[in-house]
Design a protein around this ligand. Sequence first.
Ligand SMILES: [Fe+2]
Length: 150
Amino acid sequence: MKTFICQVCNHIAFDEAPVDCPVCESAIEHFEKDEEAIKVPADLENLTNTDKEHVPVVHISRECDIHHNNECSVVSLKVGALEHKMDSEHLIEFIDLYINKKYFSRLMFTSKTIFPAALVHLSADTGTLSVISHCNVHGSWRTNFKLDKK
Ligand SMILES: [Fe+2]
């Protein structure tokens, strides 16, 4: 897969480098092509503990208590199935969100005071949601999730 990584903020772009980084606004020169920018578990049937600590876990619900017209997809995100440590030397720094490979949001985390987890209310209800978690020690990990209206 063609992936490009911003050397300033570690944002990953798919297919081509953007003119400006959508997260930190660095120019295209700061992107490097890196086809191994995203870590993929070697064996999806037998995840290691390191895999389980980093691969994002995604659940979708159509039951929304904020928007009453039911046009919202509530996305529950956490990194990962096993709890990842959050201290100043080793932590999940952010989760980047994409639909159909197009970036739309970054959730930032600081050490200790927050779990690497969030609820996101999406207006989109079709397409592929990609969730990339970034650990400052172990790099970036991705989960893809199909958004299909029931
Ligand atoms: Fe880690």
